[in-house]
Design a protein around this ligand. Structure first.
Ligand code: PGA
Length: 254
């Protein structure tokens, strides 16, 4: 089993350029002094900080990602950012299909499919988010919902393209709410996702795919979540905005 352990911070719409630079400098210092594991640490600040972040992170091993991209190469799409533009900043990752984009910006399985393809064509790694809402958890359709997100948003990729995918399972009811999926609930879904990936591609590909958990991960619950067999790390929102908490979560991977 060669899959990578990953802890990624999704900063959402937080931090100015100056604040982003300070937070990255702080994270960089603590990671250098305290992290000895081979967990891949990634930060995803807002677009406006990507180029500066690339310079600050050079030689640190910390990865850099954006939080979204458009699926077209270029064109009359006022306010949008292309995969090529993200790549040109030095970023290597992009989050696609986050539930907030699905909920507030009309992201669908169809657009996530187009975006994944474009992002990979530009040499980016994709952190692809799936997850059910509270009502879908309650009416027990959550396996079906997540399977459709994978089928329709990702499984058009060929094997080589799929090797650039990291999956993040983020139950919508656990994002920013302080409610975390129990380690058992998360593990159950992660194992299911791995099974579905294995059925579509191969067991080897499924075993090599990193599947992150996201939704109210904090320093005090990270370790139990990360100790589950199919949880390969986390996508962290609120707690990624404090360097100390973020790095303590990374320590939960040990
Ligand atoms: P949260 O966000 O950690 O604040 O719940 C996670 C995410 O939305 O990626």
């Amino acid at each position: 089993m060669t899959r990578l352990k990953i802890v990624a911070g999704n900063w959402k719409m937080h931090k100015t350029l100056e604040e982003s630079q300070s937070l990255i400098t702080e994270i960089r210092g603590i990671v250098r002094d305290e992290i000895r594991s081979n967990t891949k640490v990634i930060v995803c600040p807002p677009y406006i900080a990507l180029a500066a972040a690339t310079r600050l992170l050079e030689g640190t091993g910390i990865g850099l990602g954006a939080q979204n991209c458009h699926f077209e190469e270029q064109g009359a799409f006022t306010g949008e950012i292309s995969a090529g533009m993200i790549k040109s900043t030095g970023a290597e990752y992009v989050i696609i299909g986050h539930s907030e984009r699905r909920q507030y910006f009309g992201e669908t399985n169809e657009t996530t499919a187009l975006k994944s393809k474009t992002a990979i064509r530009h040499g980016l790694h994709v952190i692809f988010c799936v997850g059910e809402t509270l009502s879908q958890r309650e009416d027990k359709s959550y396996f079906r919902v997540v399977e459709a997100q994978l089928q329709e948003g990702l499984f058009h990729l060929d094997r080589k393209e799929f090797s650039h995918i990291v999956i993040a399972y983020e139950p919508v009811w656990a994002i920013g709410t302080g409610l975390t999926a129990s380690p058992e609930q998360a593990q159950e879904m992660h194992a299911y996702i791995r099974k579905v990936v294995g059925m579509h591609y191969t067991d080897e590909i499924a075993n090599n795919t990193s599947i992150l958990y996201g939704g109210s991960v904090k320093p005090d619950n990270a370790q139990t979540l990360f100790s589950q067999g199919d949880i390969d790390g986390g996508l962290i929102g609120g707690a990624a905005l404090k360097a100390r908490d973020f790095v303590d979560i990374v320590k939960g991977m040990h």
